[in-house]
Design a protein around this ligand. Sequence first.
Ligand code: PEP
Ligand code: MN
Length: 408
Amino acid sequence: MSSAPPQRPGLLTAGRPLVWDMLPAEQQPHWRDHSSYAATRRALLEAAPLVLPTEIAELRGQLAAVASGRARLLQAGDCAENLTEQTPRHIAGKISVLNALGDHLAARTGQDVVRIGRIGGQFAKPRSAATERHAGSELPSFRGHMVNAEEPTPEARQHDPRRMLLAYEAAALVSEHLREARHQGAAADSPRIASGPWASHEALVIDYEGPLVRSTPDGREYLASTHLPWIGERTRQPDSAHVDMLSVVQNPVACKIGPTAGPAEVVKLCGLLDPERSPGRLTLILRLGRTRAADVLPGIVDAVRHAGHPVIWAVDPMHGNTEHTQSGIKTRHLRHIAEETTVFLHVLERQGAHPGGLHLETAATDVTECLGAGIRSEDALDRSYTTLCDPRLNPEQAHELIRMLFRS
Ligand code: PEP
Ligand code: MN
C-alpha cells in the first residue's frame, strides 16, 4: 500500500507531514526524536498568525514602488536576535533606530523609504561548519536561539524543539510593537510616507515555518511568521524545501545571492520565485563581497532584466566582507562595507536599473563589533562586543555609512 502524498497546507493535520518535510533542506536542526517534537509542532499548527494577509498586500504594494524606482528599501537589524532581549524596551529601541535610519536615508535620497527590520523571527542561523572546537572539545555549532544556546557546553548546544515556541512568543510580542509603530507612523504628520516598520527574517527552520503557512481569505497560501521571509545563501538550491515554500506563498520574498551564483542560476531562481513577473514580489539581496562585486554583478543584472523579472535590487555589503582580527574576533570594516555598496550603486546606475535596497546588520545600541566611525583599533572591539553571531554596525556607524554613500 502506498502512503498518502504529503499535503499542501490548508488540509494539514498535526500528525501528517507537510510537503516541505519531504523536500531536501540544508541546515536543519536535529531534533525529530526529541520527546517534545510532536507537541511543539501541534502547538505551532494551532498558533495564531503573527502577520495578516492585509499587511502582506500593503507591503507588496509599497515594495512595488521600490521595484519601479519610486522609493527605497532599508532592511536592517540583528544578525541573530537574542531571546533574552525581547522586552518592550529592547523592541522599542530597535524600532526607533530602524526609523531613524530610514528617515536619514529618505532625507539623503529624496525618496520614501520602506523600513523592514531583521526582527521578530531572526532566531535561526545557517552555519558553515556543523561543529566547532572549544577548549579542546568538539561542540555542535550555535544555530540561533530557536535551536540552541550559545554557551560552549554540550548541554547548551543540544537542539531543542521547544525553543521554537519561545521564538514564536517573542515574535508575537515584536509583531504587536511593529503594528503599533505603523499606526503611529500613519497618524504622524510627516512630509514623506514612512512605510513600515515591517518584519523579516531568514525562513530557515522548516519545522517552524511550515506549520505557520496559512490561508488567505481567497484561499491562497501565505507565510504567517513574518511579512518578508528570505532565503539564505546556503539554502537557495532550486529543489529545496526553502525555495518551494517561498514560491507558493503570497508574501513578498527575498533571496540572498553570493559570489558563486552564475547569471543562469539566478534567473532560474527568479523563475521559481517570481513566475508572474510581479513588481514588489521578489527582492534579490546581493552579498558578493567588495572584491568580487564589480566582476559578478553586471552579468546577473543583465540576465535578470533580460528575463523580464522586475526585482528589487538590494545590496547586503556585510556578509561578503567579514574578517578575523589577529586575536580571532570576527569583524567588518565600515570602509569595506561602503566600498561594496558604492560598486553596487554604480553598476546598477550604469545599467539603468534602480539600486533600491540596502540590507544591513545593525544593533540598536552602541556596540563595538565593526571597525570605523570612532572605533579605530582592534583593541577597541572588546568594549561592547555582544553579537550572538556576526558583527553589526552600531547606530553611529550605520548613519555614517548613509552619509558616505549619499552625500547631499
Ligand atoms: C545572514 O543574513 O545573517 C546570513 C547568514 O546571510 P547569508 O545567507 O547571505 O550568508
Ligand atoms: Mn549575519
